[in-house]
Structure formats: structure tokens, C-alpha cells
Ligand binder design. Structure first.
Ligand code: XMP
Length: 326
């Protein structure tokens, strides 16, 4: 709409005024907010923006490619992808406790991003330049919630960790500070971002790492990724993406049950479907998905993912259940 076109123009002007001839850095997470913020800043300052994407190996099928390929194709953004998959798997080896997993994933993310940021800063320095700005996809509701503060930050304080090299002190650029989520999506569409990215449902930072009940391994991630891809494809085909808030698929990796698949007895794992309806994720109700859709999902998963021999449905509201299982 014309209003959103105005928003884009206005924000681009503001960013230019703030950043001037300076350079900026942005961490892409795969989420809507960081993608739209980065696309806006790219439009304003071009290749004086460098984006960093940490591939922790915990994303869903096609998501990393969406950023590496589609997002870059549309925006022309200067992107550095850090392949940290081995590092994350190594750090998560032997860990089953949910809070422990979150801590490890958060810690490794900061380590990897900090190093990448130092590299970007170092490269600029070689050309007699500095990187003074950090782009963040802060939305209006986040601003209200945190009391309206803005200004400077470093990468660690953003992630609630103390202490950092001088080199990584930044002034924040927050082009989405006045917008609500639906407006951010509009801006994203206006900027030509892929629909799948603009309409992406919430997905937790620790990714599939907290959707495997038990230890996170490469094999389990592959299993969950395949089951999850089927669920997402079927929900999309049924036209339900925008109806439901999100639908985590959880692999009960430490549980096995007997089944019969093909010619023989199997001893596989269950997956749990967790479709929820919600306004803000604070409370949620389990979504009454049509039975035939559930049947299709179940048949496809047990046919196409040999490690999974049972598909179950979570019919718990929040509270008492959280949306995620970990
Ligand atoms: P719960 O499980 O607490 O989830 O009902 C509420 C919403 O938050 C998302 N979620 C997270 N998002 N980092 C995130 O960025 C996290 O560690 C995290 N844990 C949960 C969850 O997907 C749901 O939308």
C-alpha cells in the first residue's frame, strides 16, 4: 500500500541520516525482523552494510538456503555465512537438559558471532574504515516492554552477557522501532522479500536443538528436519499457515515404541505435533486441525521418515503446557 511505501522511504532517509558514510553490521537470524531490518538498511547504505549469518545446524529444512540464496538474490546484501555446525554439535554432545542446551547454544552463538564481527571490523580497518553501527530488528512492542531506551550497545549486552573488546562497541540502528509485526511484514513485502520469509511463524533461537527431547545428534536432527518439513508442507498446502500461530514438531528421541512398517517390526521414535493458536504466545490453545490433514501428515511421516513409527498430537493448552517442549 502507499502508506508502507512511505514507511520504506522515510526509514531509508532516517538510516542515511544516522549512518552517514559509516558502516554497519547486522546479524541475520532467519527471522522476519532481522531480515526486514537488514533489507531496509541495505537499501539505504548498500554494501556499507555487512550481514553475518551463523549456521548453527539447528535450522529447519531450506531455511539456511533461503537466507544464503533467496535473501541475497533479492536484496543484494553483503552476507557472510559462518558454518559453525560442527562446533555446535560438539558443544551439545551428551547434553539432554533443556536449560543446559539453551545456555550452550546461546554461548556458542555469541562466540561465533563475536569472532565474525571482529573479522568484519578488522577487514574495514585494513581499508582505513570503522564499523560503528549495529542493526537490530527491534519492534515497537519490544521498545514499550523495555521502557523505551535506545543508544549504544555491544553484542554481549544484547545477549545479556558482560564484558567485551572495545572494538565491538556499536551505535544501534533500529529501523523497525515504530512498527508492529504486521507492518514489518508489509515492509518486507514492499522490499520484495520472499513470502515464506515474510510470513515465517515464530521459531525459537535455539532452533531444533530444543525440539529433540534427549541429546542432539546429527542423525536426530536429520530425522526431525524431514518430519518437520512434511508438516510445514502439508500445513501450507492446506492454507493454514496464517491461521495457526506455529506448529512445533518434536522428536522424542529417548522414547521408542514398537511398530510395523513395510515387512517388519520396527522399534522407532515418536514425533509430537504441537499446533497452537495464540495472539502473543503468552497463552495458547491447541489448534483443532482437520482430521484428514492429521491423517495425511501421519501417513507421510511414517512412510517417508523410517526412524519415526508413531505420530502423536499434543492437546494441551498453555498454560499448563508451554508451546515448546523444552
Ligand atoms: P513457550 O515454549 O515458552 O514459547 O511457550 C513461547 C514462544 O517463544 C518461543 N521461544 C523462544 N524464542 N528463543 C526464542 O527466540 C528461545 O529460547 C525460545 N523459547 C521459546 C516459542 O517458539 C514460542 O513462540
Amino acid at each position: 500500500t502507499w502508506t508502507m511505501a512511505n514507511v520504506v522511504e522515510e526509514q531509508v532517509e532516517r538510516i542515511r541520516a544516522q549512518v552517514g558514510e559509516g558502516r554497519a553490521l547486522c546479524a541475520l537470524s532467519g527471522g522476519v525482523d532481522s531480515a526486514v531490518a537488514a533489507a531496509l538498511v541495505q537499501r539505504a547504505i548498500g554494501d556499507r552494510l555487512t550481514c553475518v549469518y551463523v549456521d548453527h545446524g539447528l535450522m529447519r529444512e531450506g531455511e539456511t538456503e533461503q537466507i544464503e540464496r533467496d535473501f541475497v538474490a533479492v536484496t543484494g546484501v553483503d552476507l557472510r555465512v559462518v558454518d559453525a555446525r560442527e562446533q555446535f554439535l560438539g558443544a551439545l554432545a551428551g547434553v539432554s537438559d533443556p536449560e543446559e542446551k539453551r545456555k550452550i547454544i546461546g554461548r556458542e552463538f555469541i562466540r561465533v558471532f563475536e569472532q565474525a564481527a571482529l573479522d568484519v571490523v578488522g577487514d574495514a580497518k585494513e581499508h582505513g574504515d570503522t564499523v560503528d553501527f549495529l542493526v537490530q530488528g527491534t519492534l515497537y512492542p519490544d521498545v514499550v516492554e523495555s521502557g523505551g531506551g535506545t543508544g549504544t550497545a555491544n553484542i554481549k549486552s544484547h545477549h545479556n552477557v558482560g564484558g567485551l573488546p572495545e572494538d565491538l562497541q556499536f551505535t544501534l540502528v533500529e529501523p523497525l522501532r515504530t512498527l508492529f509485526k504486521d507492518e514489518v511484514r508489509e515492509v518486507g513485502l514492499q522490499l520484495g522479500l520472499p513470502e515464506a520469509m515474510v510470513w515465517r511463524q515464530p521459531f525459537p533461537g535455539p532452533g531444533l536443538g530444543i525440539r529433540i527431547v534427549g541429546e542432539v545428534t546429527q542423525e536426530r536432527l536429520d530425522t526431525l528436519r524431514r518430519a518437520d518439513a512434511i508438516v510445514r508442507a502439508e500445513l501450507t498446502a492446506a492454507g493454514l499457515d496464517r491461521e495457526i500461530w506455529q506448529c512445533p514438531v518434536v522428536l522424542l528421541a529417548d522414547v521408542r515404541s514398537v511398530g510395523v512398517q513395510g515387512d517388519g517390526r520396527t522399534y522407532g521414535h515418536p514425533v509430537v505435533l504441537r499446533p497452537v493458536s495464540s495472539e502473543d504466545a503468552m497463552t495458547a490453545d491447541w489448534t483443532r486441525l482437520p482430521y484428514d490433514l492429521l491423517a495425511r501428515i501421519s501417513t507421510r511421516i511414517t512412510n517417508e521418515v523410517p526412524e519415526v513409527n508413531r505420530v502423536t498430537l499434543d492437546v494441551t493448552s498453555k498454560p499448563p503446557g508451554t508451546i515448546e517442549w523444552e
